[in-house]
Design a protein around this ligand. Structure first.
Ligand code: PAF
Length: 285
């Protein structure tokens, strides 16, 4: 496995590797878990060359967010990727990725302002900018992202469509712990009390799925059930419970008659956990 620290090294490595066939890119911020490895496995199955980036992107963190405490373990990550048969890893510094006087950003409009965008105002601009840069640096045929970050995946799909970026974006289902907690690098920072409370996000989504599948559920009734379940948490502060059109993230009202996405954000002290589920009424199944 080649490990590249500069764009120049990476471009050279990929020029040689690309002759073998398609390149699948898995962008990550490191501290890898089974969720990331599901993306790597799919990339491995669909491409001749598997490339991974490990970069904790500063521009997607707000001033009071967890950039400095975001978990990192580069040696362990590289070993995991080596064992998984990855071909090339790019692990740059922020100075390598961004010019000091960088003054250009990529931003989807509506999709970046709603939901998590309200809690983290510059977040999706940072994500869209770095993902565009990674697409330009790697020029992959396919790129793999987790469905757990549903809004991120929607932003990236829209950006790729709007800007004619020649990359196939593939969303991979969320990987969960046995008790339903969605895998996330941030889980390691949950206290034991918060870790015990956190599966309520998944339980709320299970409940929403059943209610919507039964037909006749309204946005109001599903939200109320979820808020009641979350109110029973021994710890955690509900940041948002949203039900939106699964394709456009536009707000929904009244009866849920088409595919919707239920998006939850709950803060456990400094750790913001998010989770989501696409739910479909029975008449659409
Ligand atoms: O999902 C992530 O880990 C990050 O947001 C990404 C896509 C690697 C961009 O920094």
């Amino acid at each position: 496995m080649l490990v590249c620290y500069t764009k120049h090294e990476l471009r050279q490595a990929l020029t040689e590797l690309r002759v073998n066939g398609s390149v699948g890119l898995v962008p990550t911020m490191g501290y890898l878990h089974e969720g990331h490895m599901a993306l790597v496995a799919r990339a491995r199955a669909e491409n001749k060359v598997v490339a991974v980036s490990i970069f904790v992107n500063p521009t997607q963190f707000g001033a009071n967010e967890d950039l400095s405490t975001y978990p990192r373990d580069s040696e362990r990550d590289l070993q995991i990727l080596r064992d998984a048969g990855v071909d090339v890893v790019f692990t740059p510094t922020a100075g390598e990725v961004y010019l000091l006087d960088a003054d250009t950003h990529v931003e989807t409009g509506y999709l970046s302002r709603v939901l998590i965008g309200r809690i983290r105002p510059k977040h999706f601009r940072g994500v869209a900018t770095v993902v565009t840069k990674l697409f330009n640096i790697f020029q992959p045929d396919r790129a793999y992202f987790g469905c757990k970050d549903y809004q991120q995946l929607t932003v990236i799909n829209k950006m790729v469509a709007d800007l004619d970026i020649p990359v196939e974006v593939i969303g991979i289902p969320t990987v969960r712990e046995a008790d339903g907690l969605a895998l996330s690098s941030r889980n390691v920072r949950l206290t034991s009390k918060n870790r015990a409370a956190a599966p309520v996000l998944c339980q709320s989504l299970d409940r929403a799925e059943v209610l919507v599948a039964g037909g006749g559920a309204t946005v109001h009734s599903v939200k109320k059930e979820i808020l009641d379940l979350l109110a029973g948490m021994p710890s955690g502060v509900v940041e948002s419970v949203d039900i939106r059109d699964a394709g456009t993230l536009a707000p929904m009202r009244g009866r849920i008659a088409s595919a919707a996405v239920v998006l939850l954000a709950v803060r456990f002290e400094s750790v913001l956990l998010i989770d989501q589920r696409v739910v479909t009424p029975s008449n659409n199944r």
